[in-house]
Design a protein around this ligand. Structure first.
Ligand code: SF4
Length: 382
């Protein structure tokens, strides 16, 4: 790590007072944090200190660069057979507010996004009981046929399991191969929530287990494809559940190296069945970004999801370990139906200004986090 000696000894001095000197030393020596270390570090009350260490690690990995993407969100349908406690998006088939878009409508949306410079569509929906398997494959094919330059990031692990078990009646691997052949570039990281089985029972009974979520991503990575990983925090979980969640992601990343990035987001309680819970604070968000950067030593990128945190806190997160500000995100619906007060999208100018205000260098990226613009400020290994 490129921390010079005097800075390093100042950090060590402060870490002694906080009782985490051994952990900071481990980080300084490039050693992996154990789950026990993780619990102590996450519980450290000095968010600025943990953030400053995370920023050093982030700079070591990615220099001064913060990436962003031009993308549009497509929700093909909100019809779902499940009723996750934290979800304000789903409706039953035929219920007021339920929608299902035709393939033509979704291709048109993608054309509109591409005309405005988007390089990605991000497409998820509920677990629709009736849409045929061909709808999903034809959707991917139709977008790729019209707009081969657009990368498609679509479907959460639970949608893949739903397709495999209930709709196509095929194995997960067969479904993933079909989708990859149709042109799917990346799975989304959604649906991971918190992996602990007791927490899943309380907030998303009926959803896939942690092992199933991880297995879908494992099999996708084995096809030489990429995905992202997420965590939904700030509901009924403890810090120990969060550390366990990250630990399981880290294990799979050791095995497959298929995750491009980790994206933590805070639960939006307002229009959900857990509306009595207070939304996680900005400090919790920043600490989670910083902790993720330090604990997930095998992840190249940590993304600040402004839809969840708001733009001001996302800007701060860029100096707390995040090196990606996710994206123009036109037409986001899932967080907004749950009560998010952030705008439904951002302009490129706002993203770039936000990154510059954080003292970093904005660079556009693609779905696989590959930089789409040259920069003379990148460290040699990037
Ligand atoms: S989170 Fe997904 S699976 Fe759960 S109810 Fe909402 S749309 Fe359905």
């Amino acid at each position: 790590m490129r921390i010079n000696e005097s800075v390093y000894s100042t950090l060590l001095d402060r870490s002694l007072r906080l009782g985490i000197a051994d952990i900071v030393e481990k980080i300084g020596n490039g050693l992996r944090l154990s789950v026990k270390d993780g619990l102590r570090l996450y519980a450290c009350p000095d968010v600025n200190f943990v953030g400053s260490i995370a920023d050093w690690v982030s700079r070591d990995k990615n220099g001064e660069v913060v990436t962003y993407i031009l993308n549009r969100y497509l929700n093909y349908s909100n019809v779902c057979i499940l009723s996750c406690q934290f979800c304000a998006f789903y409706r039953r088939n035929g219920q007021q507010g339920a929608f299902t878009h035709s393939i033509e409508e979704l291709v048109k949306e993608t054309e509109d996004a591409a005309a405005k410079g988007a390089t990605e569509v991000h497409c998820v929906g509920g677990l629709h009981p009736k849409l045929p398997y061909s709808y999903y494959l034809d959707l991917i094919r139709a977008i790729k046929e019209k707009l081969p330059q657009i990368m498609i990031k679509a479907f959460t692990a639970v949608e893949i399991i739903h397709l495999a078990k209930r709709i196509a009646k095929k194995s997960i691997q067969e479904v993933l191969v079909d989708l990859a052949s149709a042109g799917l570039d990346s799975l989304t990281g959604g649906g991971a929530e918190i992996f602990d089985p007791e927490i899943r029972k309380r907030i998303c009974a009926g959803k896939e287990s942690a092992d199933e979520w991880l297995e879908v991503h494992r099999q996708w990575h084995n096809l030489k494809k990429k995905s992202t990983a997420t965590m939904l925090f700030g509901h009924v979980e403890t810090l120990a559940h969060r550390v366990d969640h990250l630990s399981r992601l880290r294990e799979l990343q050791d095995e497959t190296k298929g995750f491009c990035a980790f994206i933590p987001f805070a639960f939006e309680p307002e229009n959900t069945k857990l509306g009595n819970i207070k939304k996680a604070t900005s400090i919790d968000f920043l600490k989670t970004i910083a902790f993720s950067r330090l604990f997930l030593d095998n992840f190249d990128h940590i993304t600040a999801y402004w839809i969840s945190s708001g733009m001001a806190v996302a800007e701060l997160a860029l100096n707390y370990g995040a090196d990606d500000l996710h994206g123009t995100i036109e037409k986001e619906r899932i967080f907004h139906m749950a009560g998010s007060k952030t705008p439904p999208g951002q302009t490129v100018a706002t993203l770039r200004k936000t990154i510059e205000n954080a003292g970093k260098i904005p660079i556009r990226r693609d779905t696989y986090y590959r930089k789409l613009e040259p920069s003379s400020f990148l460290p040699a290994k990037v």
